[in-house]
Design a protein around this ligand. Structure first.
Ligand SMILES: NC(=O)c1ccc[n+]([C@@H]2O[C@H](COP(=O)([O-])OP(=O)(O)OC[C@H]3O[C@@H](n4cnc5c(N)ncnc54)[C@H](O)[C@@H]3O)[C@@H](O)[C@H]2O)c1
Length: 364
C-alpha cells in the first residue's frame, strides 16, 4: 500500500546510517551484503554480549558500539536492524518505533497477532518505515513467477505442495535453544518463508487445518565441550492445509524431525490447469522458477529478459533493507511488506491453534 505521504526528508546523496541490534549468526549474512552497498554506512551496533558486538564492529569497520538505549537515542541512526532472537523482537521493535527510528526486523517480528497489530500500528501512526524478514519473495525467481502466474502462465492455479525439513539446528548453530522456543520451531522459523511467499502470490489465507507433534522431545548440543539438554517447548513437526481467499489450497509440511536423507529438503510446487511450476526454496534469494512446458517436454525458466527481482546467491540477507533505503530516499511510505508479515503471523498463530484444538480455524 503506497500512501505517497512525504516523510522524514533524506538528502539523496547522503549515505543511510544503519544501527544493528543483535550481532549473532544472522548479522554476518546482512553485514557481508550491506557493507558492499554504496548507499549504506554501517554506523552502530549493539548486543547484550558486548564482546560480540565489539568483534562484529571490528570485522565490518563499525565505529560505534553502543548500548541499545544509546543507539536508539542517537540522532544519526536512520534505520535500525533488529537482528535479535524472536523472544526479544517485540520489545525492541516498540522501543525503536517510539524512538522515531525506521525499523527492519528479522522474522517473526512479533509472537502473536495482537502484538503484531500494535507494532504495525505504531509504525503507521508515526509515519515510519517498517519492513521485516522474510523478504526472499523479492528475488528474481519469486517476482517473475508472480508475474507469470498472474498472466495465466499455468492457467488457473488450484493447489500448492510444500515440504520443508532441515538438518538438526543443534548440529550447527552456536545458540540452538531459541529454535525450540516460542517464535521459532519449524513453523515460525521455516514455514514463515513459505507462507510469506504464498501470500505474496495468492493474497489472504482464510482458513487453516493442522496437526502438529513433537516426535523428538530429547535434544542435546555441545557448549564449551559440555553436553547441554535443550528444553523443547515448540512443536517440531507440522502437517497443515491452508485455503486462500482466491480458492487455492496448499498442503504444507514443516519439520525439524526428519532424519537427514538424500531427498530435497525444500520443495514448493504450484499446480495449475495448464501446467506446474517448480520453485526454488524461498529460504534464500537464489535459484530459478521453472515451468513444465508440455510443448517442449522440458522445464523452462519463467523469467523474462527484463530482470524484475534480486538474484543473490548463498547465505546473505538484506534485499528489503535496500528497498527501504530507496523508499527513504524517495520519501515514500510502503507497508506492503509489513502487511503481509502481519497476516502471516496471524496465519501461523491459527496453525498453532488448529494443531492444538484439532479443528479448522477461520481467519478474519
Ligand atoms: N542464523 C541463521 O541462519 C538465521 C537465518 C535467517 C534468519 N535468522 C533469524 O535471525 C534472528 C537472529 O538469529 P541468530 O541466528 O542470529 O541468533 P543468535 O542467537 O546467533 O544472535 C542473536 C543475538 O541477539 C542478541 N540479543 C538478544 N536479545 C537482545 C537484546 N534484548 N538486546 C541486545 N541484543 C540482544 C544476542 O545476545 C545474540 O548475540 C532470529 O529471528 C532468526 O530467526 C537466523
Amino acid at each position: 500500500m503506497r500512501s505517497g505521504k512525504k516523510f522524514q526528508k533524506l538528502n539523496n546523496n547522503k549515505k543511510v546510517n544503519l544501527g544493528v541490534i543483535g550481532c549473532g549468526s544472522v548479522s554476518e549474512m546482512y553485514l557481508d551484503y550491506l557493507s558492499c552497498q554504496k548507499d549504506v554506512c554501517l554506523f552502530a551496533c549493539s548486543d547484550v554480549n558486548v564482546e560480540l558486538a565489539k568483534s562484529v564492529a571490528g570485522k565490518y569497520g563499525i565505529s560505534n558500539v553502543l548500548t541499545v538505549p544509546k543507539l536508539l537515542a542517537n540522532k544519526d541512526v536512520d534505520i535500525v536492524l533488529n537482528l535479535t532472537n524472536p523472544l526479544s523482537h517485540s520489545l525492541i521493535n516498540r522501543s525503536v518505533l517510539k524512538s522515531k527510528k525506521n525499523l527492519f526486523c528479522e522474522k517473526p517480528y512479533a509472537l502473536n497477532g495482537k502484538e503484531a497489530d500494535i507494532i504495525l500500528g505504531l509504525a503507521k501512526k508515526s509515519g515510519l518505515l517498517f519492513y521485516t524478514a522474510p523478504d526472499t519473495y523479492l528475488s528474481e525467481a519469486y517476482k517473475s513467477a508472480k508475474i507469470f502466474i498472474e498472466k495465466g502462465g499455468i492457467g488457473t492455479v488450484f493447489s500448492v505442495n510444500v515440504v520443508s525439513t532441515c538438518r538438526p539446528v543443534e548440529n550447527w548453530h552456536p545458540n540452538p535453544e531459541f529454535f525450540y522456543k516460542k517464535g521459532a520451531g519449524p513453523l515460525f522459523d521455516r514455514g514463515v518463508y513459505y507462507l510469506t511467499a504464498l501470500v505474496f502470490f495468492f493474497g489472504k489465507i482464510i482458513s487453516v487445518s493442522s496437526y502438529s507433534e513433537k516426535y523428538i522431545p530429547n535434544r542435546f548440543y555441545k557448549r564449551n565441550k559440555l553436553r547441554e539438554k535443550i528444553s523443547v517447548e515448540s512443536q517440531t513437526h507440522y502437517s497443515s492445509i491452508v485455503k486462500f481467499k482466491n480458492g487455492v489450497t496448499a498442503t504444507l509440511m514443516f519439520s525439524f524431525d526428519v532424519e537427514p536423507n538424500p531427498l530435497k529438503t525444500d520443495i514448493m510446487k504450484i499446480y495449475g490447469s495448464l501446467g506446474v511450476i517448480d520453485m526454488p526454496t524461498p529460504m534464500e534469494y537464489g535459484g530459478v522458477a521453472n515451468v513444465y512446458n508440455n510443448g517442449l517436454k522440458k522445464w523452462v525458466s519463467v523469467s523474462g529478459k527484463k530482470k524484475v527481482g534480486y538474484y543473490l546467491e548463498g547465505d546473505i540477507r538484506g534485499a528489503a533493507v535496500i528497498d527501504m533505503i530507496n523508499e527513504l530516499k524517495s520519501h515514500r511510505l510502503n507497508y506492503d511488506n509489513a502487511l503481509m508479515a502481519n497476516h502471516v503471523i496471524k496465519v501461523m498463530e491459527a496453525i498453532e491453534k488448529s494443531g492444538k484444538a484439532n479443528k479448522i480455524i477461520n481467519i478474519k
